[in-house]
Ligand binder design. Sequence first.
Ligand SMILES: Cc1ncc(C[n+]2csc(CCOP(=O)(O)OP(=O)(O)O)c2C)c(N)n1
Ligand SMILES: [Mg+2]
Length: 338
Amino acid sequence: MAMVGNLSNEQAILAYTNAVRARTLDMKIISAQRQGIIGFHVPSQGQEMIQIAISMLADKEDLIFGYYRDLAMLLQRGVPLSLIYDQLLSNSNDLQKGRQMPDHFSFKEFNFSTVQSPVGSHLPLTVGAAYSMRYTKKKGIVITTFGDGATSTSDFHAALSMASVFNLGVLFICENNGWAISVPTSKQTKTDIYKKGAAYGIPGKRVDGNDLIASLAGLQEAFDYVRSGKGAYLVEALTYRIGPHSTSDDPKKYRVDEITDGSENDPIRRLENLMLKMGVVDSASIQSIRAQAKEEIDKTLEERMSIPPTEPSSIFDDVYEKPSWIQEEERREINDSD
Ligand SMILES: Cc1ncc(C[n+]2csc(CCOP(=O)(O)OP(=O)(O)O)c2C)c(N)n1
Ligand SMILES: [Mg+2]
């Protein structure tokens, strides 16, 4: 039977479907941002394959410290679309009660820790989390993703150093999309990112993050290494940011797009072509996956938009065990001004 890599047909189709869902969702969010429905967005387009590969290999008990561009990873991990929209909309169903910028997700049930805004600041936390997991004899490893720009922060180096010295189970995965906003990777580093592990005694490898099968094969070795208790591992996944850094950015000012949505070198198109070649899907099933994704993504946004926003007075919740009289007074003022 023809197969895509070592994947069953079901696994390949699920991965493809989630990549298409992520791409479609991304475009929907940008459109909603332009209409003033969602405040801000950091697109994940182009980076879907490495993210899907990470989720395919991660176990449920593994703790993920992702970053703001990991939409496809979340979908493949099984996070419901409705919860993603609730966060983006800051509605009253938002698990973070509207206290985070859009895309700064936190899904405890899925072992996905809160996305941090300051670049690289989550990396030292992964070391603490891995230490705690070992101390409390919890199963699983810690997986973290970050951009090429994050490797220029001191937090990256502090994290690698500590993870190595304490022999901790952290899988560091750099999603090198070639850019840190308008700064190309060549202005971040003169050496290859995956080689930086060597300075800390951490093995490193580079994978083609735009190819699902290559990503899975490359990552497997890294997962096996970390799971075996040997220590941390650094993977550099070469990928590409299709489109702007965020909805506040215009990349035409500083670059020519090398990969565009739907072009032959688009990672989703590459998987699609492979699946067609292996006879895993035909063009009718591709059309149907795409149409279903669009319908689900349009319909779910409509549905979640009807949920009322987070109550402004909820800003006082979860801060003190017993609110002071000043906070009670302020809460009353907010409620009275409604
Ligand atoms: C400490 C810090 N410095 C600067 C910024 C502004 N900033 C936000 S994202 C970003 C670029 C990060 O690039 P990279 O790590 O490659 O991730 P990418 O956005 O390309 O996925 C910058 C400079 C920030 N959020 N935090
Ligand atoms: Mg980058």
